[in-house]
Design a protein around this ligand. Structure first.
Ligand code: PNS
Length: 181
């Protein structure tokens, strides 16, 4: 809604949370589309000390900032602890989740209901993945990458470079040889 002086009155952000280890083209698709629906979108990267991610929290945030830099109303933040506390802290009422395949729904639905029960009564809005990303996940991308497969269609170029940089020179040589044979 616009006020008399033309400024956007309702600047309540929506929050798109995740591990983003690493951010994929599927995530980016959801970010761009969700950013069209809300005045501000905060991409919230979870700090989960129980997981051993491929990229540190700082690096995941850095990569996300890079790939989201062209979308003006997107901010990237980090959080630890409960998502609902972060959502409340930034004054949001809406959590955005991407849904790929039907099996995602069961888990996402229970998280949406649980989050509403926990605190602040936030609603979860599901954005269906575009068909070309319906099968792309951070874990499948990491698995294909670790086995020497081509993931260039699934992650932004900056992420591909960052992933390649984690690979020891010996492994790079082996993959090159396998491709030539
Ligand atoms: O990208 P991911 O790993 O599927 O994201 C999962 C995430 C970060 C959305 C979820 O693990 C989460 O909300 N973590 C914060 C802790 C929390 O609030 N847990 C209770 C919600 S069920």
């Amino acid at each position: 809604m616009r006020s008399r002086n033309g400024s956007v009155e309702n600047r309540r952000p929506a929050v798109y949370p995740g591990s983003f280890d690493p951010v994929t083209n599927g995530h980016l698709d959801i970010i761009v589309r969700a950013a069209r629906c809300f005045p501000r979108l905060i991409v919230a990267v979870v700090d989960n000390p129980n997981k051993r991610p491929m990229f540190s929290l700082d690096r995941r945030v850095e990569l996300l900032r890079e790939v989201c830099s062209a979308v003006a109303n997107v901010e990237v933040a980090r959080f630890e602890g409960l998502l609902v506390d972060f959502v409340r802290g930034v004054g949001a009422q809406v959590i955005v989740k991407g849904l790929r395949i039907v099996s995602d729904f069961e888990h996402e639905y229970s998280m949406a209901v649980l989050n509403r029960k926990l605190r602040g009564n936030p609603d979860t809005i599901f954005v269906p993945a575009s068909i070309e990303y319906a099968y792309v996940s951070s874990s499948s991308v990491k698995e294909v990458f670790s086995l020497g497969g081509d993931i260039s269609d699934f992650v932004p170029p900056v992420v591909l470079r960052a992933m390649n940089a984690t690979r020891p020179a010996k492994a790079k040589q082996k993959i090159k040889e396998r491709k030539l044979s």
